[in-house]
Design a protein around this ligand. Structure first.
Ligand SMILES: *Cc1c(COP(=O)(O)O)cnc(C)c1O
Length: 379
């Protein structure tokens, strides 16, 4: 399926975009092309455009095309992890450029910015993006990029993508959104005005906690995206053909999984919100969440991630974590199995996360079983 993508719904695109019946065998499921190299024709040409797998491979091309179509972008580059994808995009800007970064975000990207890219010459400035005045005040002429995720990891802050994109574009900067927690099923940053979407395909896109991957999708071809491709092909932080196959297979069921993750999470959030031993539930689907209004405007559903703050401090939070029977005590998110983790101890020295906070990734088990497990663990 290569033409007329736009007339199909996301459920259909998730299954068909980028995929075609294998011309050599008729296989409906794409074969995994484990080759690193491709043969030239007698005239020296490469008619299919494949030369060497670091530069391109049929499984990677199929995955990139699927992601590009799902996000409604012009181009996509796949990476071996979400972190490699983020680093490639950030390094496509120049030493001396400033990037305005939301103050709550995935700790790995914060560490890449502070410990790797700042010494290289990029200047990260962290700002509370719920406050448009603060963003305006942090602006300088050297700002070339706004980097944000929404909902944020782990505080579930909600930022207004279209308002931030309008401000950035008026000042001649570009906008990148880390879409890992939402996927194109929940939130569509390019349609809201962003120039780039970054994904850790490791999480919901692949969906089964068994493969690492990342991607950058660009709204339009640009010098910046050319540089992303250049870094991808030259440095080779690329997903293997098998990795691409696994992510592509996972994406086939993404729209249905995201609906179920969101439905389950809403039920669990309501239960936790009423529980006397939980003093705060951070979930944008709850009406009292400060970002609820913007979330309703820019998200099709509320996703499967939330954080809770347990009454009684770090000791009580640890007790809850150690008493769960169905949830796994593990980092990461977006798989079919529900996970619970003490975020502060994962994030390391730069962490600003409260000590009584547990981050919850709601999986696809029956919601009653999840609620019963949390009820017994909370006592
Ligand atoms: C996991 C994650 C990343 C990093 O992805 P990796 O594949 O682990 O490198 C980036 N951003 C967010 C929001 C994530 O959850």
């Amino acid at each position: 399926m290569t033409k007329h993508h736009t007339k199909f719904a996301l459920e259909t695109l998730a299954i068909h975009a980028g995929k075609q019946v294998d011309p050599a065998t008729g296989a409906v499921v794409p074969p995994i092309h484990l080759t690193t190299t491709f043969e030239r024709k007698l005239d020296g040409s490469y008619p299919d455009g494949y030369v060497y797998t670091r530069a391109d491979n049929p499984n990677r091309r199929a995955l990139e095309e699927c992601l590009r179509v799902l996000e409604g972008g012009a181009a996509c580059a796949a990476f071996s992890s979400g972190s490699a994808a983020a680093a490639a995009l950030l390094r496509s800007f120049a030493p001396g450029d400033t990037v305005l970064v939301c103050s709550d975000l995935y700790h790995g990207v914060r560490n890449i910015l502070i410990n790797i890219l700042q010494p290289w010459g990029l200047k990260p400035v962290f700002v509370d993006m719920t406050d448009m005045k603060a963003v305006e005040q942090a602006w300088t002429d050297s700002v070339k990029l706004l980097w944000l995720e929404t909902p944020t990891n782990p505080m579930l802050n909600i930022y207004d993508i279209s308002a931030l994109a309008d401000m950035a574009h008026a000042k001649g900067a570009q906008v990148a959104v880390d879409g890992t927690w939402t996927t194109p099923i929940v939130q569509r940053p390019l349609e809201l005005g962003a120039d780039f979407v970054m994904h850790a395909t490791t999480k919901y896109l692949a969906g089964h906690s068994d493969v690492l991957g990342g991607a950058i999708i660009a709204k339009a071809e640009s010098e910046t995206f050319e540089q992303v491709r250049y870094i991808q092909q030259l440095e080779g932080a690329v997903p293997s053909p098998f990795d691409c196959f696994l992510v592509s297979r996972g994406i086939s069921t993404l729209p249905y999984r995201m609906r179920a993750h969101s439905d389950n999470a809403m039920k669990v959030a309501k239960f936790l919100d009423d529980h006397p031993n939980v003093h705060t539930v951070h979930y944008p689907g709850l009406e009292h969440h400060p970002g609820h209004g913007i979330a309703n405007k820019q998200m099709a559903m509320m996703g499967g991630m939330m954080s809770i703050q347990v009454s009684g401090g770090v000791e009580a939070a640890t007790n809850v974590m150690n008493r769960v029977k169905l949830f796994h005590r593990a980092t990461s998110l977006g798989g079919v199995e529900s996970l619970l983790e003490h975020r502060r101890s994962v994030e390391g020295d730069l962490s600003t996360t409260p000590d009584d906070l547990l981050r919850v990734s709601i999986g696809l088990e029956h919601p009653d079983d999840l609620i019963n497990d949390l009820a017994q663990a909370l006592g």
